[in-house]
Write a protein that binds this ligand. Structure first.
Ligand SMILES: [Zn+2]
Length: 415
């Protein structure tokens, strides 16, 4: 224990209090507006659906508060409670090489962390999602997903961690720069490979086969100058009734993915408008921009890690008695979010800015009223609240609240 312990505890208490306060605001704000559909949606969203969205939002936010308290206890248990120190001692007892010991410590901490969070993901999937009619997953599918994730961790995660630890140990004072380069290379490869290699392990992707719709979509893609392996339909309905669409990958692997659940509920013109929004993300280079900001933030984080890894107070202040490369990495990953939560509104704001830009693009290339219509359907069917607390939303939401977003679409149509 030292003065860094006090700084850590103060930051942890501050971030937990802030998160709980924001969540409490969300719960009470959504409750306050539960009885009335906002005027601009009154003709399109029945009161019953508005109730469902409010209840769903409140339940999820409340569970999030419990999970936050649990995660805080777990973090304290790992650090000041001596959990990591114990795990480290146990693996050191096996007398393996430093890189192997370190990799084993990090992987076992990750596995234990996942198991400790399991009750929450089980409750979310099989109680909350079930109650609101969203769950389509089965216990067998849930277990097979977990096993696949474990396998990916072993095949991809383990060598990557071992490589990072080896660089930390072998490459001198600038190791953080080399680790950053490796990490960025890995991120780029994953970005490119994800849609074609990893995602198909969990879902089936089939080319869109509706001929009329395909023609319509091809025309829009030609107009927007988008060449890709195509539009894919994902069997999202395997796990959940929630619907979505997204743009992923780059180079020759870029593609647009629609959930089958979304396609079922949208008219062709609305699908075209949603596609135009996704093409907007592509045309406006949002993925590249996000990648660049990730690179800059990771570089800053690794430079910071490069410094704290050499400071004894960093380990001792967080309950670890024996400094090592792997403890530096592990402690840093566990503790950094406590200090960076304060930056969340900036990242959310950037994301919302991109959503507005993609909407404006869709209005110009396709139809604003079809886009608005599609959004209303998506909000209704996903039970997303139309009335989030403004502060909670500013902090957490990657997408603007529905009323703001749709109002902006109509403003763009007039402009
Ligand atoms: Zn978007």
């Amino acid at each position: 224990m030292n003065s860094f312990t006090a700084i850590f505890l103060a930051a942890l208490a501050g971030s937990v209090a802030l998160r709980l306060w924001l969540a409490w605001r969300q719960v009470s704000h959504v409750g306050k507006y539960r009885e009335k559909v906002p005027a601009s949606f009154a003709s399109r969203i029945p009161l019953e659906d508005h109730h469902k969205a409010a209840d769903y939002t409140r339940v999820n936010t409340r569970i999030g508060m419990v999970a936050l308290l649990w995660d805080t206890l777990v973090l304290l248990g790992w650090t000041l409670g001596g959990g990591l120190d114990w795990l480290d001692g146990a693996w050191r007892g096996a007398a393996l090489t430093p890189v192997v010991t370190g990799t084993a410590v990090i992987l076992s901490a990750m596995v234990v962390g996942t198991l400790l969070d399991l009750p929450f993901s089980l409750y979310h999937t099989f109680v909350v999602e079930e109650r609101f009619g969203f769950n389509r997953s089965t216990p067998a599918l849930f277990v097979s997903d977990l096993l696949k994730q474990g396998l990916l961790l072993a095949i991809i995660g383990a060598p990557l961690i071992a490589l990072a630890l080896w660089i930390m140990q072998a490459s001198g004072a600038l190791w953080w720069l080399y680790v950053w380069a490796v990490w960025m290379g890995f991120t780029l490869v994953m970005f490119w490979a994800w849609p074609a290699v990893i995602a198909p392990l969990f879902n089936k992707f089939s080319p869109l086969d509706d001929a009329g719709l395909k023609l319509r979509i091809q025309a829009l893609m030609d107009k927007c100058g988008f060449r890709s392996k195509g539009i894919f339909v994902m069997d999202g309905s395997r796990r959940s009734g929630h619907g979505n669409a997204y743009f992923t990958g780059f180079g020759n692997n870029k593609r647009i993915v629609f959930f089958d659940t979304l396609l079922e509920s949208l008219e062709p013109a609305e699908i075209e408008a949603v596609l135009a929004h996704e093409l907007g993300h592509f045309r406006l280079k949002h993925i590249q921009k996000r990648l660049l900001s990730t690179m800059a933030l990771s570089l800053a984080a690794l430079a910071l890690l490069g410094w704290v890894a050499g400071q004894d107070w960093f380990y001792h202040g967080l309950g670890v008695s024996q400094p090592s490369t792997w403890m530096a990495l592990l402690l840093f990953m566990l503790v950094l979010p406590v200090f960076t939560f304060i930056l969340q509104p900036l990242l959310s704001r950037l994301s919302r800015k991109h959503e507005f830009e993609a909407d404006a693009y869709a209005v110009a290339q396709s139809s604003g009223s079809d886009l608005a219509q599609a959004l209303v359907k998506m909000y209704r069917e996903n039970a997303s609240t139309l009335t989030p607390d403004p502060l909670y939303s500013a902090w957490h939401d990657s997408h603007p609240p529905a009323p703001v977003r749709i109002e902006r679409i109509y403003a763009n149509m007039k402009a």
